[in-house]
Write a protein that binds this ligand. Structure first.
Ligand code: SAH
Length: 213
């Protein structure tokens, strides 16, 4: 086995040992090259299970957390998915393996431009990128089957709850930004929403307005 196959095998083994057992999620994570989304001096750490710095003072999430969130979201091939917090684009690329279409938004134009360039270079055609304050969602394309936030809100933002299809699922970290937050899953029913606590996590905060970069 060559080095890169060995690194990938260890990566998948680490994901499984952290509780990612869904074969579709593991296959998606095997296919998407995290090194393409982690540039510069940290690229050689792309297959280690750690968050890493990206442009605009943000971070690409830890792979096992990406896996757990993707698994909790239970994405199906006919789904239209909204992701808030494009960051590096890595999570969006994984969602794009599983869903029909992914809409991803970040408040930093630079991050969106950089992620778009990677998607184009890899011929990923089912991701729509845009720059905006994602806490308002994307009313033009609502309702969404799945919504994923990769920045922590104090509560599930009400525009996003409203843009979730009945039967749809939203996964997000909630809590204050300087403490440990809780990953929750919200399921919309005919008459309301069910909330489920999944595990402690740590994310950058969901901020208002556009970023300066
Ligand atoms: N999913 C990313 C990691 C996201 S880091 C990845 O796979 O790399 C969190 C991102 O959320 C940051 O890029 C930050 O700019 C963005 N963010 C924070 N508040 C936001 C908001 N209100 N709207 C859109 N993006 C936001």
């Amino acid at each position: 086995m060559n080095d890169s196959a060995n690194i990938k095998m260890q990566f998948l083994f680490a994901l499984r040992s952290k509780g990612i057992t869904d074969a579709r999620v593991l296959t998606a994570m095997e296919k998407v090259d995290r090194a393409a989304y982690v540039r510069g001096i940290f690229a050689d750490k792309a297959y280690e299970d750690m968050p890493l710095p990206i442009s605009c003072g943000q971070t690409i999430s830890q792979p096992s957390v990406v896996g757990i969130m993707t698994q909790a979201l239970d994405v199906q091939s006919r789904h239209k998915v909204l992701e808030i917090g494009t960051g590096s684009g890595y999570q969006a690329a994984i969602l794009a393996q599983l869903a029909r279409r992914v809409y991803t938004v970040d408040r930093f134009k630079r991050l969106v431009t950089e992620a778009r360039a990677i998607f184009d270079a890899h011929d990923i055609t089912n991701i729509t990128t845009f720059t905006a304050d994602g806490s308002h969602g994307f009313a033009e394309q609502a309702p969404f089957d799945r919504i994923l936030l990769t920045a922590a809100a104090e509560d599930a933002p009400s525009p996003l709850l409203a843009q979730l299809r009945v039967g749809g699922v939203m996964v997000l970290p909630v809590g204050q930004s300087d403490t440990v937050q809780t990953l929750i899953r919200v399921t919309r029913h005919e008459t309301g929403y069910d909330y489920e606590e999944l595990r402690p996590v740590r994310f950058v905060p969901l901020l208002e307005g556009l970023g300066q970069d």
